[in-house]
Write a protein that binds this ligand. Structure first.
Ligand code: 5AD
Length: 464
């Protein structure tokens, strides 16, 4: 059977989509190639969130074309995902050697399209249509974990799309409007994963706190089903109802989710951290800016004060709460004062870590047409300055873990040194330690003996 190599750019949602595509291909009998050099089919699952992500995938494809076209003209080359969705046929016009362009609502069709291309039934495939119900098609898992088919953690896609329309963001155009899977469908997938040995599940979506909210407005069959499975308790959001349902699965040890929106942190979600012990004390809460003026221009729907209030509430629930964020520097019109507000917010919150992004103009987004686009050098300088602040705080917070005993879930061999194992604390910090295969999949306590800037080193032996 032909073999396929899949390379993924971008976020965890993309990783998950690629895993589902790979699992679908394997189910059809395809092999997964260890490298592009030996593959019959090479697929790039793309990201559009910033220009450099698009450029990387385009550069990679040009490179593949250069490498393969003469020696191995039969290799099938394809773009999947967000850039495929936003650029469509344009990609084939630009790179005529590309055979396949499949958007974000058609991942489940990829395996059939590859069959067709390899069998010569089609010459090119471009499919960027919207498809009702496609949010429920990302459900197959490979589960090739670190230790012989033993995957300890898994991602589960609960919804697709985003209706927030932040002015900088391309996601509503690449992922479409919000569509949620039903709770029974998601729980069935989670149960199956737990039955296969998974201990930790991360619920995924572009805006998970909006899970299940867009039901009445559109009324499709799938949405009708979703509505009928939701409890109409007005005080409990559909997302928290989902957390409750997943929490009830026996054998599951930990629940995470990403990404939420700060506006979704109502009292019910804050309280869920108290009620649900499997919901770990960790939140990736994208703030984007510390300036109210910029937050408004970004259409974020909260103020600096409201964001700080959420952080205060989460830390009141559990002072161990690990909090990370995303920040954009250089949004159009961002002044020195606006930027200073972002730096001061970072200092005030003391994030455990943060992704700091240079603003990138995205096609069709309102911010791309705003006046006062900032010069690259200024954006670079602000990026470096904020990153230094973020790193200093992250290192200090890591150092504070030295000498403490923390609970970890052991995931497998360390990515940095495969002779060691690694696990994650509940607050989502990576801990590397000396252990053996029997530890994989276990929840255990380790004493932190050393903190490097981004990694903790632990010792389970010195516990008594
Ligand atoms: N430019 C820079 N960063 C962006 N992000 C989203 N859109 C842009 C953009 N146009 C960042 C946000 C988001 C993360 C996934 O990517 O911080 O939270």
């Amino acid at each position: 059977m032909p073999s396929v190599f899949l390379k993924t750019y971008g976020c965890q949602m993309n990783e998950r989509d690629s895993e589902a595509v790979a699992a679908q291909l394997v189910a059809k009998g395809y092999a997964l190639a260890p490298s592009e050099a030996v593959a019959d089919v090479v697929l790039l699952n793309t990201c559009s969130v910033r220009d450099n992500a698009e450029q990387k995938a385009l550069g990679k494809m040009e490179n593949l074309i250069g490498q393969f076209r003469k020696q191995r003209p039969g290799v099938v080359l394809g773009f999947l995902g967000c850039m495929a969705q936003s650029r469509g046929r344009e990609l084939i016009d630009q790179l005529p050697d590309v055979d396949l362009v499949v958007g974000t609502q058609k991942f489940h069709r990829v395996a059939d399209y590859i069959d067709d291309l390899l069998a010569g039934r089609r010459d090119k495939v471009v499919d960027t249509e919207v498809e009702q119900g496609s949010e429920a098609t990302i459900k197959e898992h490979l589960l090739t974990g670190a230790a012989k088919d033993k995957a300890v953690t898994a991602f589960v896609s609960i919804m697709q799309g985003c209706n927030q329309y932040c002015t900088f963001c391309i996601v509503p155009y690449t992922r479409g409007l919000e569509r949620s899977r039903t709770i029974p469908d998601i729980v069935a997938e989670c149960r199956e994963l737990v039955a296969r040995g998974v201990k930790e599940i991360t619920l995924l979506g572009q805006i998970v706190t909006s899970y299940g909210r867009r039901v009445e407005s559109r009324g499709s069959k799938v949405e009708g089903q979703l509505l009928s499975t939701l409890d109409p308790r007005p005080s409990t959001s559909p997302f928290v109802q989902l957390l409750d349902a997943v929490h009830a699965i026996d054998g599951l040890e930990r629940i995470r989710f990403t990404s939420p929106h700060p506006k979704g942190y109502g009292p019910d979600l804050v309280e869920a951290y108290v009620r649900l012990p499997k919901l770990v004390e960790s939140a990736h809460l994208p703030v984007q800016s510390g300036s109210d003026r910029v937050l408004k221009l970004m259409h974020r729907g909260y103020t600096r004060a409201r964001f700080l209030e959420i952080i205060r509430q989460l830390r009141a629930v559990n002072p161990e709460m690990g909090i990370t964020t995303d920040i954009i520097v250089g949004f159009p019109g961002e002044t020195d004062e606006d930027f200073a507000e972002t730096v001061s917010l970072a200092r005030e919150v003391e994030f455990d870590n943060a992704f700091v992004f240079k603003y990138s103009q995205r096609r069709d987004t309102p911010a791309a047409a705003m006046p006062n686009q900032l010069p690259e050098e200024l954006i670079e300088a602000r990026h470096a300055q904020l990153l230094a602040v973020i790193n200093e705080i992250a290192e200090r917070k890591n150092k504070a873990c030295e000498g403490r005993v923390l609970q970890i879930l052991v995931e497998g061999p360390s990515r940095k040194n495969s002779a060691r194992l690694e696990g994650r604390t509940r607050a989502n910090k990576i801990v590397v330690f000396e252990g053996s295969e029997r530890h994989i999949g276990q929840v255990m306590d380790v004493k932190i003996v050393h903190a490097a800037p981004f990694t903790l080193y632990g010792d389970p032996a010195i516990l008594n």
